[in-house]
Design a protein around this ligand. Structure first.
Ligand SMILES: [Zn+2]
Length: 334
């Protein structure tokens, strides 16, 4: 699939903004791309750079993805397109110095130059300041693209001179499709798509041992509460608490538990609903027949309340025990 077509699906608002700006010949000299990881910021930057140099451009196709220039830019092999990314934890002044001298030079093959800074929030203050000149007194034909998942961390002196462009999270169905394409198993795609809006994060979760343990723990707890699983209070003490020593991890455990209750609720409301937890579909369907609507609503509220309390200073084990008692009060079917 051509990059432009992919981006039209992924970020239609953003790409249309750029198409319009290019048609009207009023592309700005600097943009700040923000949005979660894996939603197309880097690909948009690549496409935009290609669109400045593409040899096969038409009034509709701004970058063909195939000509010599598009290919060189995609392979980071074009003398007038520069990428900058953190070397270790930050983007250091030495890295920026090299790029600066490139930017000052005449364009190698044209009068246009592009600098794309990935994870721009990781620039040291020094690095950022050394680029200020290019942002304050933009040179004709120079395009600076700052990419970040964390726009609040971009120095205000920089951010205020860039045009902000916000990338949306992917819609659920589209995310599911993309996750299937990157090879995540059918059993898992809907779970990841529910937990994160980003393909990259989903791929990380897919590799993450802790995530599968957390997922198993949430299923075991649910089984203990509503089926023939382990005694929930003992399970909390012996397995849940040792696994979720940190609040962040436990929040994930509760999110995963919540997914199971939400599946039951949706199955009650719509028999054609595609469950998120596909491997549990048999007992989720059974539960959908057993729970009443007020019961399932109460269970969901109890889990949400526990999640909120996690942020307070309440003892985590006590919080979980209270949750178990509430959830048991709902319905216990063997
Ligand atoms: Zn091209």
């Amino acid at each position: 699939m051509r990059l432009q077509d992919e981006l039209e699906e992924l970020q239609p608002v953003v790409i249309n903004l750029f198409k319009r700006s290019k048609r009207e010949n009023r592309l700005s000299h600097g943009y700040l791309f923000s949005g979660p990881s894996g939603v197309g910021k880097k690909r948009m930057a690549l496409w935009l750079a290609q669109s400045l140099f593409c040899l096969e451009q038409t009034s509709e196709i701004f970058a063909c993805s195939e000509c010599v220039n598009c290919t060189r830019i995609a392979n980071d092999n074009h003398p007038d397109v520069h990428w900058l990314a953190p070397d270790g934890a930050s983007i250091k002044i030495d890295q920026v110095r090299g790029i600066r001298s490139e930017l000052i030079k005449q364009g190698m093959e044209s009068n246009k130059k592009v600098l794309i800074i990935d994870e721009a929030d990781k620039m040291t203050v020094q690095s950022a300041n050394s680029l200020l000149k290019f942002i304050e007194e933009p040179e004709e034909g120079t395009l600076l693209l700052f990419l970040t998942t964390n726009p609040a961390k971009i120095l205000p002196t920089i951010a205020s001179r860039l045009q902000p462009v916000t990338f949306r999270e992917l819609p659920f169905d589209q995310l599911v499709k993309k996750l299937e394409q990157v090879g995540i198993s059918e059993q898992k795609v809907r779970i990841f798509a529910s937990i994160t809006g980003s393909i990259k994060e989903a791929e990380q979760l897919n590799e993450d041992e802790f995530f599968s343990e957390a997922r198993n723990a949430s299923i075991k707890l649910y089984e203990g509460l509503h089926h023939n699983g382990p005694n929930p209070l003992i399970f909390i003490q012996e397995t849940w608490m040792p696994l979720f020593k940190e609040k962040k991890g436990m929040a994930m455990g509760l999110d995963l538990l919540l997914l199971l209750y939400r599946d039951v609720l949706h199955l009650m409301l719509n028999e054609n609903y595609t469950v998120i937890s596909a491997s549990q579909i048999e007992w989720l369907k059974r539960d959908a027949l057993q729970f009443s609507l007020p019961e399932i609503t109460r269970e969901i509220e109890a889990v949400l309340e526990a999640k909120t309390k996690l942020d307070s200073n309440m003892n985590a084990q006590l919080l979980m025990e209270q949750l178990v008692l509430k959830l048991q009060g709902g319905h216990g079917f063997a």
